[in-house]
Structures are given as C-alpha cells and as structure tokens.
Design a binder for this molecule. Sequence first.
Ligand SMILES: [Zn+2]
Length: 443
Amino acid sequence: MNSTLGRIICGTACAMGARDVIRAGREMQSVARLDRDGLVALQIDKLNELLKHFRGVTFYRKLLDDAGVTEGGIRDMADVARIPPVSKAMISEHLSELSGRAEAYRSGSTSGSTGVNFRFFQSREMAVQRTAAVRRCLASVDVEMWGDCSVSVWGVVQRGGVKTNFVRAVKRFLLNTDVWQGVGMDDGMAVDYLRRLGKVKPRVLMGYPSYLRRLAEVGRDREIETHAPRAIICSGEAMLDTDRSLIEGYFGGPVYNRYGSCEFGIIAQQCRERGEMHIPPTRFIVERGDEGELLITDLDNRATPFIRYAVGDAGTPGWGSCSCGHYGADLLTLDGRMHDEIRTASGRMLPGQFWTIVTKTVEGIEELQLVQRSLSHFELRVKVNESYRDESAGVIQKKVCEAAGEDVRVDVVRVDEIEVTSGGKRKFIINAMEDGGVEGDGH
Ligand SMILES: [Zn+2]
C-alpha cells in the first residue's frame, strides 16, 4: 500500500500496540535539551544502575571485583575506562548462567564475520529502546516507521515453517514493509526487483550497499526506469564512495549510511543533513579501544552485559551537534572489521563478511575458516552439523566465483575442529600464501 494510506492504517494500529516504544521515543527526544555534562551524567547514571544489576551475575561480579570497580563507583568517563571490556568469548562461556535469568526476554544470534555462531540475550526494555531508536533514525531522514512503505534487500531471507511465515507476513503487512533476498541476485533477478520497485514505490529503500549497487548498475546498463525513494539507507557492510554515487546516480534519491549489529540494532546513522552518523545518546556509550576497535556499552540491555563490548569493528567516535537537533556522540569513521580482508587475482577485495554471506546460503555450517593459498586458490574449512549436505560445496564454489571472478578456485573441506592460533584464538582468515601474495599466484 502507499505511504499515505499506510500511515493512517498501520500507524494507528502500531501506535496503539506499542505505547512503550512511543514512551521510549519521548525520553530520547527529551535529552535534546541537556548539555554535554548533563548527557554524560545521564549515561553514567544508567551505567551504574546496569553494573549494579549485573552484580547479580556471578561471572560478571567477579570481573568487576577483580578490577576493583565498586558499586556506584563510576563517576566520569575516566572511570568507565577502568571497567574491563567484555568479549564474545566471555559471553559465550557464561551463556547458561545468563539464559537462566528472568531478563532473558529474547535470544539473538549472529555469525558475524568471525565465523563463529554467537548467541546472546536481550531484555524486554532493550527491545523497546532498540525499536524506538530505529523509529527515531528513520524520522531523521523523513520516514515514518509505522506506515511508510519500505523495501529492504538483505543477504538471505530466512524461510521458516508455515506458522512463522504467516506471522512474518502479517508483521510485514502491518509495518508496510517487504524484504527481498540479495544473495544469488543475477541480472534477471535484479531486473525483476527493479520492476517491482517501480510498482511498489517504497518511500525508503534499505539494504547492503553491494546489492543496491548491483541493482543500480543493472538498471543503468539496461536503462530501466525506476522509482526514486525518499531515502535510501545502506547498512550491514562498509559503504564505498563509489557505491554511494552509483546508487544515487541511478535511483535519484539520497543515500544515508547506517551502522548496526545484531547485538544492538542501530548504533549510528546519518540524518537528512548527511554529516556524521549520529549515535542515539541514551542507548550507548561508544569508545575507541585497542587498535581502534569499538567498545560498545548497551545501556538498556539487562539480559547480557554488553558493557565495553568488543564488537569487532574498528572506528572513531566523536562528539558533535547537528542542525537536525542531534547533540551527542557521533561515529566519525567506520574502518571495517578488525579481522582482515581477502585479495583476489583480479584485484577485487572481498570483505570478511562476504564469506559469512556465502555460507549463509547453505544450511548446516557451524563454523568456518578461510585459508588463502594463493590469489586464486582458497580453502574453505567448514565444521558442519547434520543438516549440511555435501552437494552444498558446489553452491558455495559457484557463489564465490560470481563475486571473485571465474578464475578463483575454492576447495570446501569438512573438518572436525577449526584450527586455532598458538594463543588459542580462533582465526577466520589464514593467509598461507608463500610470498604473502605480493605477486603472482603460485600456480
Ligand atoms: Zn543530524
């Protein structure tokens, strides 16, 4: 349905059913009148409450005690830096303790680009705050979450059972949204998507920049007329300048960059002014840790202590004010995943995340590790469960060739355990090129 009708029907229905989200949105709005000291004080208060709460979790209390962090002992940002960072491994190790707690309202998981399936929990209040942050970020680019028509092109659209699919379909109808699969998009599928966009006419188009870029390239080359959305939001991958210009050039709508993760929802997004990405001030404290890795504190999640959590991305937070009304932390740069990229003979760079997308297209892969033997030869080691089928190796090889070039060879190897480094860390990418890949490919 179109956005005007959507706003009336869906907006009313959602607003009636989501009073908490509206309340949270008002709270976020109300901090706009605070100055920097006021804002930091609010964050510190929330953080002290959160630390007090997590003292009820044995492993976390021990962590605080060992670091000498006392109850209510955080007074300023310098004190925050005394709190030990939390890693994925720590949360995974203590998952059973966290899962037994009443706050574990919803579970989530991500395979990220580390190649390891990571599970965690979200509290109900966190889910409310996360939704309020999405609504606020969309509003900052003139889109109403409840009612405005949206289309998203993400990697894989999960297929569930009949019941799950029905619930999902109802939700999408109510929210006036549609989600299309990007993985496996060939030219024919891109043409189909572009035609559908012309019919659906979404107010906002969202997706991984690589897929939106692909759509734009196909549309441009084939001279397909399309619809210009009011906003185009790129998320889930690092966005290149060429992505932005290609997408804007073809669709004729402004592109906004967004940074988010499964653990937190939206962490930062550009507003209509298209300056720095704004971080919702009441949701997070974002710091720059060792080697530039972002440490994120979710001030609302009482189910999992995402406190100074090493998210695995490098970036630089800063402070700013914007004519849109935002005052507080911004994300000045986002420098990609901490754990390397892959080079191919054709000179293309494949982000680590690419491999996750590839393996998400087949079922049954629990962990993976990529060994780069040469510029055109990779070994993908997979640890699989019973739902994996050997035929899937061919599907993976095909996907890799589509992205990296026909001259790339991928051997999919099943292993019982993924190799770890001498320090005991899992490593997603192993560079086993004899010459370091400087020249030639060794074949
Ligand atoms: Zn702004």
